[in-house]
Design a protein around this ligand. Structure first.
Ligand code: ATP
Ligand code: MG
Length: 734
């Protein structure tokens, strides 16, 4: 029997309402996710067949956890429930029936880098200057059209009038054509095409309407138009739709989430039952109070005030550091102190507004040897070697995938030069066939050297072998086979640098991921493996290890930690400067702040710095206005007292046991901290190869004199472009 005594009265009412439209509108930490979990268990207890339930969560990880929890409560039959993100559910549907809208079932899912490559091709073929229409802007525009369910044809016929929109309409059309030719979808296609499939195929729609008799959606406040349509079209007849959300936590409008979906749910379903949960079970009274004070400054919201029976707790701690490094060191030092008091590393999260903020924090964690992990930012799957092996797998799975084929055709180097590739592409375009098909006809293409033709034949015969073997080999052994047969590993071994060793290690880790996948999934096919990788989100990458978690405020959604630091609480950073003159954006920033504060169970720290390096300049930002929205009686200011600018800093406190000597210089009344063991006098020149303690190997692309220092811009192999200060960055020439 389901034990409902772990729920309060309102939660229980929600769990026991099994039929009809149900809206659970509730604040942070009030048990929304818990209610969804129990409601599913209760449906099953009341005889609903698990296969008739569709539950949508915001991340795959949340889906996994919810599923495990339900299995614990009602047993193994719960395995048949569909609990997943919108994207995973839609991909699963498309795998079955996408042929009905003209794609084939082995489609791949392109990521941003692939997308940009195609957009660039379109711009060049249409003779449009990239400066006039930057590929990133074009993609974001196309993404928002797709989220609004406006396909290329509709856009063209509706808006293709003036010059600029006509250009965009042409690009959009060509982009879709190219995707289709590669049998590829982009991320935003997934939901748009599922809705299209439903709308154009009544039998498919009816099948899923009958199948998903009960639909539940978590974090409903962050759904966009396409997701809304997907849910509504399925639920229209039986109306067994339960959505939970918090209008105060809508933080994805920049990804076209539409807060109206939750605010107007009552209009869509006039007979809806609305349940409000007002008791928070997560935070201390003081933390919750702070959150309430901040969010009440938003006008565009449904009024609610959360309360809690939890302990009063401690005041929010506010720390204003001299500069960014100092702030980071304070955070690390405080974590070390609390760990000595008995907390474990996984109790801590450090949250920040943008990914770029993680660098300075990471340096402090590295120098003081405190284990940490960064969630998001540079993703494992974005590394070059991983993208290479993935490109192989994608071509093997779907030889129409031109973008991936182009990536690997000469990786490892096998003597197929750009001139040859261009000729093959031209041939393919003129005959409207895929690149792979063109390679099969290499002897018919003019102007290919004998040597290149031989190399292509060898490559194609290897690929053909993989393609015919993929169904009788496990994914992990296929990976090994590719890495060996193509000489990929051999090239790395011969290179024999620290970097190539790293790459080999990453490839091994990738193989382990494949083995893990084979152990955990019933569908062990290559297609299923690729699909899973295409759909991982930042939060999905959190593993259960004992380390401090660093991530953006957006990624922290739905999670909770005993102790939370929100760093860089400064005007212009958070709230972000883009919200400066825009009341709606400012409200969204404030909701983000509310999300951040309510992640904390026991202790909350808000930190900032008096000055910090940003975009190559020293900035003096004001303290975030959000901090001023928290009344003084809830805040303890624990910032160091500034006696004079000559104040001596003792950084030994912050460091691992090593007894290094710290010194302080005074330049223009601005203290600059010299870290030991760093090469301040080093001269960096453009083009020089350097190695950074955290970011690895990179090339200097610019050097700029600033004050008494130098700003070096380095393009790192793995971490992308970073601006670093010559005096403090842990950088070495190599
Ligand atoms: P968010 O808005 O951040 O997504 P939420 O409303 O989904 O939060 P949950 O994550 O479900 O809230 O719950 C917050 C915390 O409170 C969890 O640790 C959960 O286990 C606990 N909790 C929820 N309801 C109860 C209850 N009735 N009794 C005890 N603990 C509860
Ligand atoms: Mg939740």
């Amino acid at each position: 029997m389901l034990d409902l005594s772990v729920l309060n009265k309102e939660q229980r009412e929600a769990v026991e309402t099994l039929e009809g439209p149900l809206l659970i509108l509730a604040g942070a930490g009030s048990g929304k996710t818990r209610v969804l979990t129990y409601r599913i268990a209760n449906l099953i207890e009341n005889g609903v067949y698990p296969g008739n339930i569709l539950a949508i969560t915001f991340t795959n990880k949340a889906a996994q956890e919810m599923k495990e929890r339900i299995i614990q409560i009602v047993g193994d039959e719960a395995r048949n429930i569909w609990i997943s993100t919108f994207h995973s559910a839609c991909v699963r549907i498309l795998r079955q029936d996408i042929e009905k809208i003209g794609y084939n079932k082995d489609f791949v899912i392109y990521d941003t880098q692939d997308q940009e490559k195609i957009i660039k091709e379109c711009l060049s073929e249409l003779n449009i200057d990239e400066k006039a229409m930057p590929p990133k802007d074009v993609l974001s525009k196309i993404g928002s059209l797709k989220d609004d369910l406006i396909d290329a044809e509709t856009y063209y016929s509706r808006y293709g009038m003036d010059f600029k929109t006509r250009n965009l309409a042409n690009i959009y059309k060509m982009y879709q054509r190219k995707l289709k030719k590669s049998n590829a979808l982009d991320f935003d296609d997934i939901i748009m095409l599922t809705v299209k499939l439903f709308k154009e195929n009544e039998d498919v729609l009816n099948y899923y309407r009958r199948k998903f008799r009960y639909i539940l959606v978590d974090e409903y406040q962050d759904t966009n138009r396409a997701q809304y349509e997907f849910v509504n079209i399925l639920a229209k007849e039986h109306r067994n739709l339960c959505v939970v959300g918090d209008d105060d936590q809508c933080i994805y409008s920049w990804r076209h989430a539409d807060i109206r979906n939750i605010l107007e749910f009552e209009k869509d379903f006039p007979d809806v039952k609305v349940i409000k949960l007002e008791q928070n079970y997560r935070c201390t009274k003081k933390i919750l109070d702070a959150a309430n004070y901040v969010i009440q400054n938003n006008e565009n919201r449904k009024h609610k005030r959360l309360w809690t029976q939890n302990e009063l707790g401690e005041n929010v701690r506010f720390y204003k550091a001299e500069n960014g490094e100092d702030e980071a060191l304070f955070i690390v030092k405080e974590i070390k102190r609390l760990v000595q008091e008995g907390y474990s590393l996984s109790d801590f999260a450090v949250l920040y507004r943008t990914n770029a903020m993680s660098r300075i924090l990471e340096e402090a964690f590295v120098t003081s040897s405190v284990p940490y992990r960064v969630v998001g930012g540079l993703k494992f799957y974005d590394r070059k070697e991983i993208r290479d092996i993935l490109a192989y797998l994608r071509v093997i799975n779907n030889p129409l995938d031109n973008i991936s084929l182009e990536r690997i055709i000469n990786v490892p180097r096998r003597g197929i030069g750009q001139a040859t590739i261009d000729k093959v592409k031209e041939y393919a375009n003129s005959r409207d066939i895929s690149l792979y098909s063109a390679l099969l006809e290499i002897d018919r293409i003019d102007g290919i050297t004998k040597r290149a033709a031989n190399a292509i034949e060898k490559f194609i015969s290897q690929m053909n072998y993989f393609i015919v073997s993929k169904d009788r080999m496990t994914v992990s052994s296929l990976i090994s086979e590719i890495l060996d047969t193509t000489g990929y590993i051999k090239e790395l071994l011969e290179d024999n640098t620290k970097e190539s060793q790293d790459r080999i290690e990453n490839l091994n880790e990738f193989k382990s991921a494949a083995v893990e996948f084979e152990e955990q999934n019933e569908d062990k096919s290559l297609a299923a493996f690729l699909e899973r990788i295409a759909l991982v989100s930042d939060q999905d990458q959190i593993e259960n290890i004992d380390a401090v978690t660093l991530m953006t405020l957006h990624t922290a959604k739905g999670l909770e930690f005993n102790i939370v630091f929100i760093a860089a609480m400064e005007e212009g950073i958070f709230p972000h400067f883009s919200a400066k003159d825009d009341e709606d954006e400012l409200e969204e920033e404030r909701r983000l702040c509310y999300v951040g504060i309510t992640r904390a169970k026991k202790k909350l720290y808000l930190t900032c710095a008096q000055q910090r390096m940003m975009y190559g300049r020293t900035m003096f930002n004001n303290v975030s206005s959000f901090i001023e929205e928290i009344p003084e009686h809830l805040i303890d200011d624990i910032s160091p007292k500034r006696m004079s600018f000559n104040r001596v800093y003792n950084y030994d406190d912050y460091r691992a046991p090593s007894k290094t000597i710290s010194t302080v210089n005074k330049i223009n009344t601005t203290p600059v901290i010299q870290k030991p063991n760093l090469n301040k006098s080093a001269n960096y020149d453009v083009g020089m190869l350097v190695k950074h303690k955290i970011f690895g190997v990179g090339k200097v692309v610019a050097v700029k004199e600033i004050a008494a220092d130098k700003m070096i811009t380095v393009e790192f192999d793995k971490a992308g472009v970073k601006n670093l200060l010559a005096s403090t960055a842990p950088l070495e020439k190599i």
